[in-house]
Design a protein around this ligand. Sequence first.
Ligand code: 13P
Ligand code: SF4
Length: 311
Amino acid sequence: MDYREKILKLKKEKNALILAHFYQIPEIQELADYVGDSLGLAQKAAEADVDMIVFAGVHFMAETAKMLNPETLVVLPDMEAGCSLADSCPYDDFLNFKNSHPDHLVISYINTTAAIKTLTDIVCTSGNAVQIVESLPKDQKIIFAPDKNLGGYINRITGRNMLLWNGTCEVHDILSTEAILKMKEDNSDASIIAHPECNAPVLELADYIGSTTGMIKFTQIDSHKKYIVATESGIIHQMQKLSPEKEFLIVPSDSTCSCNDCPYMKLNTLEKLYLALKNETPSINMDKEIMELANKPILRMLDISKKLKII
Ligand code: 13P
Ligand code: SF4
């Protein structure tokens, strides 16, 4: 039996749900019960009625699933699957920053540790960040963490002046305008689409900016036949599957390298997923107090998203 068959058999026996992010390898996306962006994955985890969630993504996503569904066993195939953005916001430094701006409300991107979420008023994802900020009064002072690229993008879109934490994603921040301009020169008929974690000069070149779900949906409804895609390479699998007649060109990190795989997302393999399901480990275990505090701003986000019908 190959891993795929073994996983599907075990999944049934154990009443498990496999959730996968769009940056996972195609083999994992193909056997998952649900493939989505951070918001969709959190929404699915919250409503899951199963004995086990196998989270094919990174640590902050599995941690969020555990907080939203504390009675369910949540396993992450590789515990080393972290996130450079979450790592760019250490607790003590952020606590000092927050304390030096006591009149500010804290909005944190979901790509943070549970510890940072305990210092947060509302969590957001790239799929709802603009709407969450706009749901607040215009004169509300806001700290946005940890992604300065996403925060800068929201400031430009909403005309706000949020204080930005100086964090970035190591995968998106190095995508270069030079590489995109060269691709556009060779493919003048292509539309440029980008994830808001890309740096400002890259976003300036984009015809569409959005979450992974937003980018995929855009390629389905837009009339172009070719896309220059500025995000992690795993997304191409769903784009190509949903629009087989279209062409998708992934933006390389610079002119000499096409190393735009997220090293954390790509730690998950079919073998590790099978072992996690079989051995029910490594599992997400959290301090009860942290879990309760960190869950509050996530629930606020889900509540606002529900009211605004963002899925
Ligand atoms: P999405 O929520 O848009 O899928 O983004 C998650 C992420 O980690 C992007 O790097
Ligand atoms: Fe984190 Fe960047 Fe990987 Fe997304 S792509 S999980 S932000 S390191």
